[in-house]
Write a protein that binds this ligand. Structure first.
Ligand SMILES: *Cc1c(COP(=O)(O)O)cnc(C)c1O
Length: 239
């Protein structure tokens, strides 16, 4: 069950306050941190809520779910893929998403570029890195970053906007926070190095979710991907 719009608006305002507080603490401008509403598992109306609140985009982690839901939404809002993408779904993803944040291999870059070319469009992408060295997480290894970046920058039908990561969970909240701090600092450093070396801005750093968004903003995040804090828990239990 989707919460009401009023409840959503209260929650979204509270997340905005949280982002603003983290920005104030870090000496950053809150306008430099975008709130991406993660609508996965929720009905298409969740995207309508996000649009009505004035958000620019929603995030989905499965291609097919977005393909099914997008036509049901009347909202003028961008849809971004934040979940793992298999190369055999690259064409579908290029067709139905406005940006793909989860590009983690050369093979995927090749497939997406070819698909975008066939569609006659330029597809914005982020490169996803396993910056926390989490064995359970997708994302390219930071050691492969130079090569991946080089390939991405050669693609005429892809526009590389920046980098994305997901922090690994720990056994305790303290350990999870430690992982988050380390992971986000790693991605930031990687971005700064790659940007300096290639002269490409790589402006976007997509990092931070409901549980770790303040830590991500402190580390320089420009896109926080928030689901639970906006829509409640995804398993139907009270948030
Ligand atoms: C589900 C998901 C999120 C949102 O997680 P919450 O903890 O609900 O805010 C963010 N990023 C990715 C990649 C996700 O799959």
């Amino acid at each position: 069950m989707l919460i009401t719009y009023e409840e959503f608006a209260r929650r979204a305002a509270a997340v905005r306050v949280q982002i603003a507080a983290a920005c104030a603490h870090a000496g950053r401008d809150p306008r430099d941190v975008e709130l991406l509403a993660v609508t996965k598992t929720h009905p298409a109306a969740a995207a309508d809520y996000a649009a009505r609140f004035g958000l620019r985009a929603v995030g989905e982690n499965r291609v097919q779910e977005a393909v099914d839901k997008r036509p049901q939404s009347t909202a003028a809002i961008a849809w971004e893929l934040i979940g793992h993408l298999q190369s055999n779904k690259a064409k579908l993803a290029a067709q139905h998403f406005d940006r793909v944040q989860s590009v983690d291999s050369e093979k995927l870059l090749n497939h997406l570029d070819r698909a975008a070319a066939e569609l006659g469009k330029v597809l914005p992408v982020l490169l996803q890195f396993n910056a926390g060295h989490d064995p359970a997480k997708f994302g390219a290894e930071p050691a492969a970053a130079s090569r991946l970046l080089e390939v991405a920058l050669m693609k005429k039908h892809l526009r590389l906007d920046g980098l994305m990561t997901i922090a690994p969970l720990g056994a305790t909240p303290a350990e999870t926070a430690e992982h988050a701090v380390r992971t986000f600092a790693n991605l930031r450093t990687l971005r700064d190095e790659l940007a300096a070396r290639t002269g490409t801005p790589l402006r976007e750093l997509s990092m931070g979710m409901t549980g770790d968004l303040a830590l991500a903003v402190a580390a320089g995040s420009t896109i926080v991907r928030v689901g639970t804090a906006l829509f409640g828990s995804r398993d139907g239990a009270p948030p």
